[in-house]
Design a protein around this ligand. Structure first.
Ligand code: AMP
Ligand code: ZN
Length: 672
């Protein structure tokens, strides 16, 4: 291939990767599998490595991060990054509107209503369409140059769809779902977890080593532009989107303040109807709703406040701020798969953001100490991203003196075995490898849908199997008989047969499933898939040296060491030998058809409240089963998935003859 052809091929690869980034990160409708994406990326990397003169700063390969910085450079903002005025009453909004009309007598004032994203402000400068600089807000006048870090955020294009020069303002965030996964990972690695997504985002953006930023699930939303020629804010938002920048998932243009208030009631808080609450529809946490004057000419004519523009106000509905209070009755301990002891708050049941909460994680001992939470305290509960209940703080003013300081138990509450704490780590662990609680979690993990996927082997059955000593490790599952199961409580012969058949049916599951199911520290689903694709057999992975393991993409020294430890442990070797004896023969899948499934190419809408997962999760599942998720029912809709209290969408679907699925039908199809 001559130089010109290489150049052409590189340009084409970049174009394709850019397009798939957009589809995946901005539009949430991937068209190719992760595997195929990785192939494109690897090809580009190979070409660029051989032709370093063709590497440009806007190439997707430049997202992986570079050498760590000693410190951040300061950047002076071209226009100050301001704060926003706040109001927590609707009257405050009306007063804001009245003040604006005083400034603009006789004029009609349109507003735009948009989410205030609870992340970290950033500003990005594009020159001729190429991202050249990104900075934090800092003190509003000067911030830190975090260009290298921001370049790793795949939702932020390195190149816009047009060669324009402008500066865009936005908010970086970590999606709530990804945040939970991140904390799980940190917990597994015995590292400190983050108290909330905003904090995790801020901490990540402040890292001097952009390679570690690249490993974090950051995303962004842009809401303003300096330097373009627009007449209205709405127009600017449309333009941002057209340029390929991620914008808010929802925003509305309203004729006047009455329109704002009506929209607020129908789509933002909607009384107690959680499904209409805006917080359930966006992947980030909301810090309120921003109301902005739409016309940019009018914006310019409204005098600014001391530290905030005059044309905008943030409204925080009272019940978004008002936390739920309850009593912390006790702190119990959960023993995880790897023996980590997690304190759990047992609460007097309380209604929080749409559902009753009786338990909440307290993360670890350090967190309890830091927040000074005591047993018997009145505590404040909230749900991170409307989903995960957590204890925010103790109301110290309500203490009576009878509250007790929590002490981590000196022995494992499940097995009485010794617990240990590495001085470097925050976690306590039960050191007993035969600990029944750990075994239960390990079996559950092995049977999980994204591991060996054993139908019917859930928590209740696992508990019985361990308590009756029928199973000591995962290999024992394959020796179970129908008679043994049928002898258990609440287990009919038919379901016993089903479970035994299900277990036997997993002997030829894909290698990555087995590898993930083994529950090796640091080896999650992603790593398992990569290892399986790279090595092709369990024997090859088990026999690899730490150096060889690191030849596999994304396997670093920590994961490699953990794998090596696992496979050199004689106890694990014995389990693996027995798995082979019972006929486990994993199949190796080279490609990963992630975005294909039963719903491939179908348009699916979800309505009502689902029992098994939040709507966002349901949508994610649908996307990874190949569906396009629609917001409203039309003739084009293929399926409507109906949860409890479904409303007008169900009526419409019936009228149009759209196929209706119950939640359990949906679950079954997802598994096919
Ligand atoms: P505050 O710092 O609480 O006074 O709020 C101002 C900050 O809100 C800005 O610096 C932005 O980073 C952030 N913000 C989040 N979403 C928006 C939005 N839609 N419009 C304007 N600012 C926003
Ligand atoms: Zn134990």
């Amino acid at each position: 291939m001559n130089h010109r052809e290489t150049q052409k091929q590189i340009t084409e690869l970049r174009r394709q990767i850019h397009r798939h980034d957009q589809l995946y990160y901005t539009e949430a409708r991937p068209e190719i599998s992760d595997y195929d994406y990785d192939q494109l990326f690897a090809e580009l990397q190979k070409l660029e490595a051989a032709h370093s003169d063709l590497v440009t700063p806007d190439s997707p390969t430049q997202r992986v991060g570079g050498a760590p910085l000693k410190e951040f450079q300061s950047v002076r903002h071209t226009s100050p990054m301001l704060s926003l005025e706040k109001s927590d009453t609707l009257d405050g909004l009306r007063k804001f509107d009245a003040d604006i009309h005083k400034q603009l007598p006789g004029e009609n004032v349109e507003y735009v209503l948009e989410p205030k994203i609870d992340g970290v402000s950033i500003t990005c400068r594009y020159e001729n369409g190429v991202l050249v600089q990104a900075a934090t807000r800092g003190d509003g006048t000067t911030g830190d140059d975090i260009t290298a870090n921001v370049k790793t955020i795949k939702a932020i294009p390195l190149k816009l769809s047009e060669p324009v020069t402008l500066e865009v303002r936005g908010e970086a965030y970590i999606p709530v779902v990804a945040f939970e996964k991140l904390n799980d990972k940190l917990r597994q690695a015995n590292e400190k977890t983050f108290p909330n997504p905003r904090n995790a985002t801020a901490g990540t953006l402040k890292q001097l080593d952009s390679r570690s930023v690249a490993a974090r699930p950051l995303s962004a939303v842009f809401y303003a532009v300096a330097g373009g020629e627009f007449t209205s804010h709405a127009e600017a938002l449309e333009a941002l989107k057209k340029l390929g920048l991620p914008t808010a998932h929802f925003w509305w243009k309203c004729w006047d303040m009455d329109g704002v208030l009506a929209r607020y009631k129908s789509d933002i808080v909607a009384g107690n109807d959680e499904t209409k609450d805006l917080r359930t529809k966006v992947p980030y946490e909301l810090d309120g709703i921003v109301v902005k004057v739409n016309s940019l000419d009018q914006q310019r004519r409204i005098p600014a406040k001391a530290r905030a523009p005059g044309y905008a106000i943030v409204f925080k509905p009272e019940h978004w701020i008002k936390p739920a209070e309850t009593k912390l009755l006790a702190i119990t301990i959960q023993v995880g798969r790897t023996g980590v002891l997690t304190p759990v708050a047992e609460l007097e049941p309380v209604f929080v953001q749409g559902s009753t909460v009786a338990r909440a994680t307290l993360h670890n001992e350090e967190e309890i100490k830091r927040k000074d939470i005591r047993i018997g305290d009145t505590v404040i509960i909230r749900k991170a991203g409307m989903v995960i209940p957590e204890v925010v703080e103790a109301v110290t003013g309500k203490r009576t003196g009878t509250e007790k300081i929590f002490q981590m138990p000196a022995i494992c509450p499940a097995c009485g075995g010794p617990v240990n704490r590495d001085p470097e780590f925050v976690a306590w662990r039960c050191e007993n490898i035969a600990c029944p609680a750990q075994l239960k979690r390990r079996l559950e993990h092995f049977a999980m849908r994204n591991a060996m996927d054993i139908e019917g082997l859930g928590e209740v059955l696992v508990n019985q199997l361990v308590e009756q000593k029928l199973v000591r490790d995962v290999a024992d599952l394959y020796a179970l008989t129908v008679e043994q199961l049928a002898g258990l409580e609440r287990m009919a012969e038919k379901s016993a047969t089903n479970v035994i058949t299900a277990i036997a049916g997993t002997k030829n599951r894909e290698l990555w499933r087995l590898l993930h199911g083994l529950g090796i520290t640091h080896v999650g689903e992603e790593a398992a898939r990569k290892l399986a694709g790279h090595f092709g057999s369990l024997q090859a992975i088990a026999g690899a040296t730490v150096e060889e393991l690191q030849k596999c993409k994304d396997i670093g020294p920590v994961v490699a060491a953990s794998l090596h430890d696992f496979f050199s442990n004689p106890r694990n070797q014995e389990v693996l030998a027995r798995l082979r004896q019972v006929g486990i023969k994993p199949k190796v899948e080279i490609s990963r058809p992630q975005a294909k499934g039963y719903f491939t190419g179908k348009i699916v809408v979800v309505t009502g409240t689902l029992e098994n997962f939040s709507r966002d999760i349901a949508k994610e599942k649908l996307c990874s089963a190949g569906a396009t998720v629609g917001e409203s029912v039309s003739k084009k809709t293929d399926y409507l998935i109906v949860g409890a209290n479904a409303g007008s969408k169900l009526d419409k679907a019936k009228k149009l003859g759209v196929k209706i699925l119950t939640e359990s039908e949906f679950l079954k199809l997802l598994a096919t």
